[in-house]
Design a protein around this ligand. Structure first.
Ligand SMILES: Nc1ncnc2c1ncn2[C@@H]1O[C@H](COP(=O)(O)OP(=O)(O)O)[C@@H](O)[C@H]1O
Ligand SMILES: [Mg+2]
Length: 499
């Protein structure tokens, strides 16, 4: 007797490549499906029959507008790889006399996938109608996201552009290689790139002069650099998309699936992970909310309490042994339990970190992702406190107001948040003479005052650092300290005893 999960997997396999891919991706979403089903869907394998050389050559000719032998001196008689979306051939370019890999898209695959996506939408609508409890999972949005991912993967011009972006990132870094793209011969359905020689990671043995630990370290560093330095990363770095070259170099292939993080999310991610290393639940909770791009959460304390449970659970494991993707997964689950939303790029992030951790484990390397993150944290802090950035931070946007407000009492922070969300405006409109309104008006004035004082203090401190020899600067510095100190004291008494 098959279990329900096994039956679902078999049905998906029968439905073909789009559904298989859908199953593989949804297997990484603990917010959408149960644990047993996730385990079962992780077993999904794509079994695609190769298509004939005639068909492949025909597609190449159609894309290039020239006969195959006008462009290539030679082309392999058999594809070296064949998967659900494409087939790869080896060849030699006529004009450059260079060996290349030719990735040819499967015939009519775009139409088939589009049709499958429509079918998938109908199935989801039907499922949600029949089982209303599914509505809260927002499967429709997931299908929408999945459609976008699939369509991007199908566009080889997009893959080529991703490859060029990664090449630029690693142009001075010998530990990583991305094949060069031949733009002249690349279209939406055809990708011609430099041929790279390397061996598959599973075939690495130390006897052949390879260093497994170095390879694992390289791989992890490369993916972390993409995530933490550039906020743009390869979202599918599994064994099949990696080759190992000379000097333990990591060659990355298959760049159709990528994801991005915003600079603020990168900061939050670093803070989140360091928070774990320090067992600091307050830092972790704040970082999590910033990572999810949630400005204010009314049940912050309850969330912090739940996060503390998680911290306690891991407190017996040394921070350098923490399984980062697992911890993130558990933290995200807590976020979901609180009814908050996790943006889909963060699931891609967990999956990517998990994949590269597994890559390192398979090489028997004992690697601490947290240790690798520390230098990025330092770099970010230094970057944040350059004169230019500090001034930008203080002066520029209303959001950065919060940066200063973070040091103010918690209730003031809540008010600023409400101000940002427009909640406060309504209160002022509706309850013009109420006690809260008067209190708020006073508090807002005070915040503005403290803000100006803070600004003065920051400017004078900076001037002190950079031009401490000038008497005028010193006087400015001392006056700012006195005024700010005096204001802070008055404020303290006013807040305590009412105004
Ligand atoms: N530039 C290249 N040089 C050498 N082999 C390549 C190159 N590009 C792809 N391959 C081989 O073709 C296989 C499939 O390519 P990939 O881009 O991963 O396609 P798919 O999207 O079908 O997985 C790779 O696993 C690798 O063995
Ligand atoms: Mg691949």
């Amino acid at each position: 007797m098959l279990t329900r999960s096994e039956r679902i997997r078999e049905v998906i396999e029968d439905l073909g490549p789009t559904f298989i891919k859908f199953g593989q991706i949804i297997a990484d979403r603990p917010d959408l499906i149960s644990e047993p089903l996730r385990e079962e869907l992780k077993k999904l394998q794509t079994a695609a029959k190769p298509f004939s050389n005639e068909v492949a050559y025909h597609i190449i000719e159609e894309e290039l507008g020239d006969p195959v032998y006008e462009v290539f001196d030679s082309i392999g008689q058999k594809p070296i790889a064949s998967a659900s979306i494409a087939q790869v051939y080896e060849g030699v370019l006529k004009d450059e006399k260079r060996k290349v890999a030719i990735k040819v898209q499967r015939p009519h695959i775009r139409q088939k996938i589009k049709l499958d996506l429509v079918l998938m939408k109908i199935l989801v609508e039907y499922a949600v109608k029949s089982y209303p409890e599914l509505a809260s999972f927002n499967l429709a949005a997931f299908v929408e996201d999945f459609g976008t991912i699939m369509m991007k993967e199908l566009d080889f011009a997009n893959e080529a552009s991703n490859m060029m972006r990664f090449s630029e990132m690693f142009k001075n870094d010998d530990t990583c290689k991305i094949p060069r793209v031949y733009n002249k011969y690349t279209t939406h359905k055809l990708l011609v790139m430099e041929w790279v020689d390397g061996i598959e990671p599973q075939k690495i043995h130390s006897e052949n002069g390879y260093d497994k630990t170095k390879i694992a370290v390289n791989g992890t560093q490369i993916i972390l650099k993409m995530i933490l330095k550039y906020g743009f990363f390869h979202a599918d770095p599994h064994d099949g998309n990696i080759l190992i070259g000379h000097n333990n170099q990591m060659i990355l292939l298959d760049h159709g699936m990528t994801a991005s993080l915003k600079p603020k999310q990168i900061d939050a991610l670093i803070s989140f992970l360091l928070g774990f290393a320090e067992s600091n639940e307050n830092k972790i909770t704040k970082a999590l909310l910033r990572l999810m791009e949630i400005g204010y959460y009314k049940n912050f304390e309850e969330l912090e309490f739940d996060i503390n449970e998680l911290v306690q659970k891991y407190s017996y494991i040394p921070s350098n042994k923490i399984d980062v993707s697992m911890v993130m997964n558990e933290a995200f689950r807590i976020i979901l339990r609180h009814g908050l939303k996790v943006p889909s790029n963060l699931y891609m992030l967990i999956k990517t970190i998990g994949t590269i951790q597994k890559f390192a484990e398979d090489l028997n390397a004992d690697i601490s992702v947290i240790e690798f993150i520390k230098p990025y944290a330092k770099e970010r802090i230094v970057e944040k406190f350059t004169l230019e950035n500090l001034l930008n931070k203080v002066v520029n946007s209303a959001e950065d107001y919060l940066y200063l407000a973070e040091t103010l009492p918690k209730d003031v922070r809540e008010i600023v948040n409400n101000l940002k969300k427009g909640v406060l405006k309504h209160e002022i409109n509706f309850r013009e003479d109420s006690f809260t309104n008067k209190a708020l008006r006073n508090t807002t004035n005070r915040i503005a005052f403290v803000f100006i004082m803070g600004l003065m203090l920051v400017c004078s401190t900076l001037l002190m650092i950079y031009r401490s020899d000038s008497g005028l600067v010193k006087a400015f510095f001392i006056i700012s300290i006195v005024i700010t100190g005096w204001t802070a004291l008055t404020l303290f008494f006013k807040t305590k005893f009412g105004s």
